[in-house]
Design a protein around this ligand. Structure first.
Ligand code: ADP
Ligand code: MG
Length: 264
C-alpha cells in the first residue's frame, strides 16, 4: 500500500452542509434541526448516546430516508430530493452497515461492478461489445489500481465468500473506493470488533481514503479523540456540542450528558 498522509483541511471549502434538518417518526423527532458544515478533506466524527439520532442523520445524508424538513447541500448543490443512487454518483459513499459485497463474486468482480455502477456513461455492456478496447481496458486498469490500493491484488480471483475477516474489510473499503466518492460515511465500522481489529480497520480507512472527506460514527471515544479533526455530539436528535476533540472533551454539557457516564 502506498504511504500517504491526509492533507490539512482547507478552511472555507464546504463539501456538505445541512440546514435545519428534521426527521420525524410519527410524533417522535429523531433529528431536530441539525445544522452541519463539513469541510472538504475533514475527518468528522459523530458521537452521542444510543438513540441520539446518529444513524438517522447518515440515512438522511445518504438518501436512505427522506427528510421531514430542512435542506442538504453537497458541493454547494441542493441534493435533498435526490435518490440514494444519484447521491452515490455525486460522490457520497457509504460502507459497512449496508453490506456492499456480493459473496458469490470474486474480489475483482466486486470492485469492477462497483466501479461500473457509477460510470454508466463511460462504460456500458452493449457498447463494449462493439468498442472492445478503450473503455473496457480503462475500467480494468481502474479496478487493478483499487485492488492494489486496498492490498487485495494478490487474491483478486478469490471468491468474496471465503475471504478472511480482515480481507473482507479491505474489500468493503475497495468497493466504496470504486464508486469514486468524495465523502464517505462510516456508521460504526468497528462494531463487534476486537481492539486490534478496530485499530486495523481504522488504520485501513485512514490509509486508503486519504483524499476523501470522512464522516464516522464510532463508539470508541479514545479512537475518536485521536483521529478526528472535529467532533459533533448529538443528543436527542440535537447538536449538543461541536468542535475539536479538545473543545468537545472540555465541554461541560458533553461531560454532563454523555462523557461523564461513559468515561471514568
Ligand atoms: P443512534 O444511531 O444514535 O443510536 P438512531 O438514529 O438509530 O440513533 O435512532 C434515533 C431514534 O429514532 C431512536 O429513538 C430510534 O428508535 C428512532 N428511530 C430510528 N429509526 C426509526 C424508524 N425507522 N422508525 C421509528 N423510529 C425510528
Ligand atoms: Mg446507530
Amino acid at each position: 500500500m502506498e504511504a500517504q498522509e491526509r492533507e490539512p483541511v482547507a478552511a472555507g471549502d464546504t463539501i456538505l452542509r445541512t440546514d435545519g434538518l428534521v426527521r420525524k417518526f410519527g410524533e417522535f423527532t429523531a433529528t431536530d434541526h441539525v445544522d452541519l458544515e463539513i469541510e472538504r478533506g475533514e475527518f468528522r466524527s459523530i458521537i452521542g448516546p444510543n438513540g441520539a439520532g446518529k444513524t438517522t442523520l447518515f440515512n438522511l445524508i445518504s438518501g436512505a430516508l427522506p427528510v421531514t424538513d430542512g435542506t442538504i447541500y453537497f458541493d454547494g448543490e441542493d441534493i435533498t430530493g435526490l435518490s440514494p443512487q444519484q447521491r452515490v454518483r455525486r460522490g457520497i459513499g457509504r460502507s459497512f452497515q449496508i453490506s456492499n459485497v456480493f459473496g458469490g463474486l470474486s474480489v475483482r468482480e466486486n470492485v469492477r461492478l462497483a466501479a461500473q455502477s457509477v460510470h454508466r456513461d463511460e462504460y456500458n455492456i452493449v457498447e463494449s461489445l462493439f468498442k472492445t478496447t478503450d473503455k473496457y481496458e480503462r475500467m480494468n486498469e481502474r479496478t487493478d489500481r483499487i485492488l492494489e490500493r486496498v492490498g487485495l491484488d494478490d487474491i483478486a480471483e478469490e471468491e468474496a465468500d471465503v475471504l478472511a475477516y480482515g480481507d473482507r474489510r479491505r474489500l468493503e473499503i475497495g468497493v466504496v473506493l470504486a464508486t469514486d466518492p468524495d465523502l464517505v460515511l462510516f456508521d460504526e465500522p468497528t462494531a463487534g470488533m476486537s481492539v486490534e481489529e478496530t485499530q486495523g480497520t481504522i488504520d485501513l480507512i485512514e490509509d486508503v481514503l486519504v483524499d476523501q472527506t470522512l464522516m464516522l460514527i464510532e463508539h470508541d471515544i479514545e479512537l475518536v479523540m485521536e483521529l478526528s479533526d472535529n467532533i459533533t455530539v448529538l443528543n436527542r436528535g440535537e447538536i449538543l456540542a461541536e468542535g475539536t476533540p479538545e473543545e468537545v472533551a472540555n465541554n461541560q454539557a458533553v461531560q454532563d450528558a454523555y462523557l461523564g457516564g461513559m468515561v471514568e
